[in-house]
Design a protein around this ligand. Structure first.
Ligand SMILES: *[C@@H]1O[C@H](CO)[C@@H](O)[C@H](O)[C@H]1NC(C)=O
Ligand SMILES: *[C@@H]1O[C@H](CO)[C@@H](O)[C@H](O)[C@H]1NC(C)=O
Ligand SMILES: *[C@@H]1O[C@H](CO)[C@@H](O)[C@H](O)[C@H]1NC(C)=O
Ligand SMILES: *[C@@H]1O[C@H](CO)[C@@H](O)[C@H](O)[C@H]1NC(C)=O
Ligand SMILES: *[C@@H]1O[C@H](CO)[C@@H](O)[C@H](O)[C@H]1NC(C)=O
Length: 466
């Protein structure tokens, strides 16, 4: 199967560019009038009952120019554009990584690529700007005014390079699965896996996790279960505004509860620097086993790190897997920086699938009310119910931090009502498409990636997985 032709034919990225033109515009443009929205789809990936896709697509469609990202929303859709429920296609994660690509290079080669990672905290892994998992449909990702994630600043791009984006999508088809939870927790026995993607033998105490559910593996399906091959896409909506001096840039930090620090001395330096070893995944032991300290069958994992540079927290959200009950980031004095809790689905519809985490609560502290100081010790707590064992779980926490304060003459005022802001934008988008009917079909064939060479890319880009 050539992913190249798939890309050309079917990533026929449908791009809806909706720019509101307000007839009754006032002298000062209102913030919502400036927000643009672009909808894209990833290249197609295919799944059959039990199978896994863990794909890396480079040079994906993305808004161009010097802009501030205000929102990044994604979900899995089928060929008809319908939302696919998690009990059919479990979205383990998607992550979007910013990178610089050397210009004028025909063959794909990772050595021509520089990852432009977020501001911390891990080394080598969790480099992404955006990324979530099953909770993607009901998790707010809006960046309130006057803040924005600055991208596309030509002054930041090294000479001879251009800014691009890649997406890693990891999805598991659990139609007909003997044990859906076991499949989404990547239990090695269900995948009948003894060696990982790199051919390394899996140790007997590694019961489940990403090393057992890599691309093209298959989870055990009920005998005789028949299901057709499905064509799927990650559909992502990016909201953004053109960059201007009144926008306050925010930095992205991702904490990992499995982080452990070792002190290392760089070659030509006398001072030691902390190296964050983030394992990303861990295991939750059943409380009946008794090996782990627990209260009321909750496994609490904890990690403390020194925060590199201070500022105001303007957004926070945790990432947990099934079994997760909540996560909190604390300051050095014990105050709560942000607490984020899972929203479990209760029904059948996509976005409300019973038993799955379909959303995470978020924090939008009033700017200035929650600060982290440079060098402050920050503690992450991640809770899971351990009435049963869980493998391959995660305890991540994303925060957005503004180092500077809004300028007094900013045209963008902080919007305290996030909900309203969001509704305005959705309304704006619908209104614009209804009125102007602007729908641009962009054939993404030009961005076709060579499959050859990507293989080598896998190993070194593997770290971007969430
Ligand atoms: C990628 O680039 C490096 C350094 O330029 C080179 O040594 C290597 O052979 C290249 N790999 C491929 C597959 O072209
Ligand atoms: C599991 O894999 C082994 C070899 O790797 C194979 O012999 C066996 O048939 C597989 N079992 C199932 C249930 O697929
Ligand atoms: C804010 O005021 C300063 C100084 O008066 C000016 O340089 C700057 O351009 C203004 N910014 C905006 C967004 O108007
Ligand atoms: C250390 O080495 C790096 C690259 O090898 C170099 O860019 C940097 O300037 C060096 N720092 C010092 C203090 O010599
Ligand atoms: C995590 O669990 C501990 C007890 O184990 C509890 O004190 C704490 O409030 C919990 N935090 C969250 C965010 O659920």
């Amino acid at each position: 199967m050539s992913s190249c032709s798939n890309y050309q034919l079917l990533s026929l990225a449908v791009m809806l560019l909706l720019i509101r033109v307000d007839a009754s515009s006032q002298s000062q443009p209102r913030k919502e009038d400036r927000v643009k929205s672009a909808v894209f789809v990833s290249p197609k990936f295919e799944l059959k009952p039990g199978s896994v896709a863990n794909k890396y697509y480079y040079n994906i469609d993305f808004p161009k120019g010097h802009i501030a990202i205000k929102d990044f929303h994604a979900q899995v859709v089928d060929e008809a554009g319908n939302s696919v429920p998690l009990y059919e296609t479990y979205l383990h994660h998607w992550v979007v990584v910013r990178y610089y690509q050397r210009k004028g290079v025909e063959e794909f080669n990772v050595s021509d690529l520089i990852v432009k990672r977020n501001s911390g905290m891990c080394n080598g892994v969790l480099n992404q700007y955006f990324g979530l998992g099953s909770e993607t449909r009901k998790t707010a990702t809006y960046v309130p005014d006057p803040y924005g994630i600055e991208i596309g600043n030509p002054a930041e791009v090294p000479d001879g390079y251009e800014e691009r984006w890649l997406v890693n999508i990891h999805a598991i088809d659990t139609r007909g699965a003997e044990d859906k939870v076991g499949c989404i927790e990547c239990r090695c026995d269900l995948y009948n896996v003894t060696k990982d993607e790199n051919g390394r033998k899996i140790e007997p105490d590694y019961i489940g996790g990403m090393r057992c559910c890599y691309d093209e593996m298959r989870c055990r399906v009920k005998k005789g279960f028949k299901g057709t091959k499905k064509s799927l896409y990650l559909k992502y909506t990016v909201k953004y505004i053109d960059w201007d001096a009144s926008i306050v840039p925010v930095k992205i930090y991702i904490f990992d509860v499995t982080d452990t620090i070792t002190w290392e001395k760089p070659q030509n330096s006398t001072a030691t620097v902390p190296k964050h070893n983030c394992k990303i995944e861990y295991q939750v032991e059943s409380c009946s086993g008794g090996a782990v300290a627990n209260v009321g069958c909750t496994q609490t994992n904890k990690m403390s790190v020194s925060f590199p540079s201070g500022g105001n927290v303007i957004y926070g959200v945790a990432h947990l897997h099934v079994g997760g009950t909540g996560s909190t980031l604390h300051g050095q004095d014990g105050r709560v920086i942000c607490s984020s809790h899972p929203i479990y689905g209760k029904g059948k519809a996509a976005g409300n699938e019973a038993g799955y985490i379909v959303g995470m609560s978020t924090c939008y502290p009033k700017p200035g009310s929650i600060k982290i100081l440079e060098g402050e010790t920050v503690t992450l707590i991640s809770n899971y119910s351990n009435t049963q064992r869980h493998t391959g779980v995660m305890g991540l926490f994303y925060i957005l931090v503004a180092e500077s304060s809004p300028k007094p003459n900013s045209t963008l005022q902080y919007s305290t009502d996030i909900r309203r802001g969001e509704n305005v934008i959705l309304h704006t988008a619908v209104g614009a498409s209804a009125v102007f009917g602007i729908a641009l079909l962009v054939v993404a064939g030009v961005t076709c990636q060579r499959r050859k060479g990507r293989q080598e890319g896998y190993g070194s880009i593997q770290m971007e997985h969430m």
